[in-house]
Design a protein around this ligand. Structure first.
Ligand code: IMP
Length: 193
C-alpha cells in the first residue's frame, strides 16, 4: 500500500478524495505527520499555490505528498475570483458571503458561464507532477441544494439541471473538477507501481 500525505486541512476535500481511492492507497492528513501550522499559499495562480503547498510539506516533513488547489473562474468577471476564490467575500472565508459577492458582481450580466479548476500537485520521490481538472457550468441566480460545500449551491454543471449541492458526493465526483484531477493522479500512481 502506498502511503501519501494529502496536504490539506479541508475535511470536505479529504472525504471527497478518499471516496475515490480504494485501499491500495493510504492517505493521511497533515495532522497525522504533526503539521498543525498554516501551510503557505501566497502565489498568484492556482497552479502556483498547489505547488507551493506540496513543496512546503515535502521539504519540511520529508514525505511523498500531494496538495490540491481549486478556484472558481467566472467568464463575465474575466476569470475572477480565481486564486481569490476562498476569500472573495472577505477574510473570514464564508461560503455565504462568497456566494453573495458573486451574485452582486453578476447583477445585470446575462453571461453566467463559469468553471471550477482544480490543480493537484504531487511530489513523489522528489519529482513534481501536476494534474488539472476543469468542470464547466453556469452560475445560478438562486441557491439550490444542501449537499457539498463552498459555491456548490449556485454552480450547475454543464449538461445538468441541478447544482453540485443537489448531487450526492459520488455523482459530483464523477464529473467534478476535483474528481477529474484525482482520477488523473490515480492513473499516474497506478502506472508508477
Ligand atoms: P481552496 O482550494 O481550499 O483554497 O478553496 C478555494 C475556494 O473554493 C473555497 O472557498 C472553497 O469553498 C471553494 N471550493 C473548492 N472546491 C469546491 C467545490 O468542489 N465546490 C464548491 N466550492 C469549492
Amino acid at each position: 500500500m502506498k502511503q501519501l500525505v494529502f496536504a490539506t486541512s479541508n475535511p470536505n476535500k479529504i472525504e471527497e478524495v478518499n471516496q475515490m481511492l480504494d485501499d491500495r492507497f493510504d492517505i493521511i492528513g497533515l495532522k497525522d505527520i504533526g503539521c498543525t501550522e498554516e501551510v503557505p499559499e501566497t502565489q498568484e495562480t492556482i497552479e502556483g499555490n498547489a505547488l507551493q503547498k506540496a513543496r512546503y510539506v515535502a521539504e519540511k516533513y520529508k514525505v511523498n505528498c500531494f496538495s490540491e488547489d481549486t478556484g472558481l473562474e467566472i467568464d463575465a468577471l474575466d476569470g475572477a475570483p480565481g486564486v481569490y476564490t476562498a476569500r472573495y467575500g472577505g477574510p473570514e472565508r464564508s461560503a455565504e458571503k462568497n456566494m453573495a459577492k458573486v451574485q452582486r458582481e453578476l447583477q445585470g450580466k446575462d453571461k453566467r458561464g463559469a468553471q471550477f479548476k482544480t490543480v493537484i500537485a504531487l511530489i513523489l520521490d522528489g519529482e513534481e507532477h501536476t494534474f488539472t481538472g476543469i468542470a464547466r457550468g453556469t452560475i445560478r441566480k438562486e441557491k439550490s441544494g444542501t449537499d457539498g460545500f463552498g459555491y456548490d449551491p449556485i454552480f450547475a454543471p454543464e449538461g445538468y439541471n441541478i447544482t453540485f449541492a443537489e448531487m450526492n458526493s459520488a455523482e459530483k465526483n464523477k464529473i467534478s473538477h476535483r474528481g477529474q484531477a484525482v482520477r488523473q493522479l490515480i492513473a499516474f500512481l497506478e502506472r508508477r507501481d
